[in-house]
Design a protein around this ligand. Structure first.
Ligand SMILES: Cc1cc2nc3c(=O)[nH]c(=O)nc-3n(C[C@H](O)[C@H](O)[C@H](O)COP(=O)(O)OP(=O)(O)OC[C@H]3O[C@@H](n4cnc5c(N)ncnc54)[C@H](O)[C@@H]3O)c2cc1C
Length: 507
């Protein structure tokens, strides 16, 4: 007799949506989380008068109430659409390269085209064709790709997603170069690569196309109360449906019987029995450390050998004693570069030398409640690969971290010169902080690296142990929308499995 139908390990976005969908689908579910709060990356923390958003800079895929997109349906299915309030950003981003470029793009599909054509009239035809391609690829990606991939047939994939297949292995740079000749236009249109830490020469074009269309057509969003509010709402919905959650409670071992999942041992030593496990932890931790077999199944070993570690980040959380207007802020989100050379920015993500590119978000620019009256919540992010931080000796860590933070502030202060003089609270996180709080290898925040050699077309569900499912940034694209969706779709697969085994009656 099983105590639980399913155990979900980790309460990051995908763990939370998986657990909630499982419990609401009739599966008796236990959710385990190492940390004392839910959310993984999707959390907040308090310093002084400020509650800082840890991770969410722009939520994609929501759409407006009048023109909803896929995430509204997902949140509705999970019972959380009415539990949270969303705040719309009205600009896509400002790209500032001091002395060279300062352009702000609107968060509107028609407005984006209009702005780009006004700025780059010589490329107007190409801009129209390029944006149409982004739209087509994004819609194929959300509407037909999942079903086409499930069919397992190459012919079906090609007929249902012809553009995704044609461009799936091409780099964003190759495609952008084939459309445009103006270097500034190329830099402006591809700025979203900075969210993923993989330069246009390596990122699969569909990954960039999806971001451009999903953010511009369906708007970038924040969540009132931060992403923590959504994490809390998901836990609430899970508990209302009868689920059980344990915080400060890591999973230690995933147990198998005759090769199939049968239970989980907790860090406390207690063992719970279950028919299925969903792991929101990394596959390396799941298969190499938690699974009770001596070695991961061969297919999993081969899969993991083909992956490369994704990016982590250095983040500076700042409470300022001035308003966004006093600071000169004109958009919630800015990308700030030292150079127009993407490859140089990418190289700097692999070193502790001066950062060459980063993101700046002012949360109370769109939502005044994000900071006390007259003050501002500002977050600077510089993506960094975790390996460069692993070699820093423990005794040098604090000095290295603060020296890097100073250089990042110097770079951003070239665009927002009053930044330094207004700092009231400050906290700095590095890839080692991410490693500690998320339990991810190298502190990765988007799972494995999304490159053309590791296109979404090559990523399969990691199967190999009956009853063990993976959900999170490691099995698809990283980011909020993809991980919320991954948890929900994984839960559907688990419910099917449980129903087949006769474990769940009301699916
Ligand atoms: C600074 C920063 C900025 C970002 N900006 C954006 C953005 O603007 N837009 C966007 O879309 N994405 C952004 N992201 C990325 C996004 O936040 C992540 O890709 C996504 O939240 C990862 O979700 P996940 O489901 O994979 O789980 P994670 O957030 O990785 O959480 C995994 C959870 O599992 C728990 N866990 C691990 N091992 C165990 C165990 N053995 N037992 C129990 N629990 C365990 C961990 O404690 C953690 O809570 C950002 C991330 C960061 C850090």
């Amino acid at each position: 007799m099983h105590q639980y139908d399913a155990v979900v390990i980790g309460a990051g976005n995908a763990g939370l949506t998986a657990a909630t969908a499982l419990q609401r689908g009739g599966s008796k579910t236990l959710l385990l989380e190492k940390h004392n709060i839910p959310g993984g990356c999707a959390t907040s923390f308090v310093r002084g008068e400020f509650e800082f958003e840890v991770a969410l800079h722009q939520l994609s895929g929501l759409g407006t109430a009048e023109k909803p997109f896929i995430m509204r349906k997902v949140f509705d299915t999970l019972g959380v659409l009415d539990k949270v309030e969303f705040i719309q950003e009205h600009s896509l981003y400002r790209l500032a390269v001091p002395g060279q470029v300062d352009i702000t793009l609107p968060a509107s599909w028609s407005g984006l085209k209009r702005t780009l054509v006004e700025l780059f009239p010589a490329e107007s035809d190409a801009i129209g064709r390029f944006l149409k391609l982004c739209e087509t690829i994004c819609l194929e990606s959300f509407m037909t790709l999942p079903q086409a991939r499930r069919s397992g047939s190459e012919a079906t994939l090609k007929s249902m997603c012809p553009h995704y297949v044609e461009y799936g292995f091409q780099s964003a740079k190759a495609v952008i170069d084939s459309f445009f000749s103006d270097h500034t236009l190329k830099t402006v249109i591809s700025a979203y690569w900075c969210y993923l830490g993989v330069p246009p020469s390596q990122i699969p074009f569909p990954d960039l196309a999806v971001m451009i269309y999903a953010y511009a057509a369906f708007k970038p969003w924040h969540i009132k109360g931060g992403s923590q509010a959504m994490s809390n709402a998901l836990v609430e919905s899970f508990l209302e449906a009868g689920g059980e959650v344990r915080f400060n409670c890591g999973a230690e071992k995933i147990l198998t019987e005759n090769g199939a999942v049968c239970g989980v041992t907790l860090e406390s030593g207690e063992t719970v029995r279950c028919k299925a496990v969903v792991s929101n932890a990394s596959p390396l931790h799941t298969f190499n450390e938690m699974l009770d077999s001596e070695q991961p199944p061969l297919a999993i070993q081969q899969d993991m050998k083909s992956r490369r570690m994704g990016t982590s980040a250095v983040v500076i959380y700042m409470g300022l004693d001035c308003t966004p207007q006093e600071l000169g802020v004109t958009t919630a989100s800015s990308f700030i570069y030292e150079t127009m050379d993407d490859e140089a920015i990418y190289r700097s993500m692999n070193s502790l030398e001066a950062p060459m590119g980063g993101m700046f978000t002012c949360y109370n620019f769109e939502d005044p409640d994000c900071a006390p009256a007259g003050k501002s919540q500002v977050v600077l992010v510089c993506l960094q690969y975790g390996d460069v931080w692993k070699d820093v000796a423990a005794e040098d860590y604090a000095a290295t971290k603060y020296a890097f933070a100073e250089r990042l502030i110097d770079m951003v202060a070239k665009v927002y010169p009053k930044l330094r003089e207004h700092i009231e609270e400050v906290e700095v996180a590095t890839p080692l902080t991410m490693m500690r709080y998320l339990n991810t290898p190298s502190g990765a925040i988007y799972g494995f690296r999304q490159s053309t050699e590791d296109s979404a077309l090559l990523r399969e569900r990691l199967k190999g142990v009956p009853g063990l499912y993976m959900a999170g940034s490691w099995t698809g694209m990283g980011g909020f929308q993809p991980t919320y969706m991954a948890g929900e779709s994984t839960a559907r697969a688990v419910l099917k499995h449980l129903k087949k085994a006769g474990e769940v009656q009301h699916v």
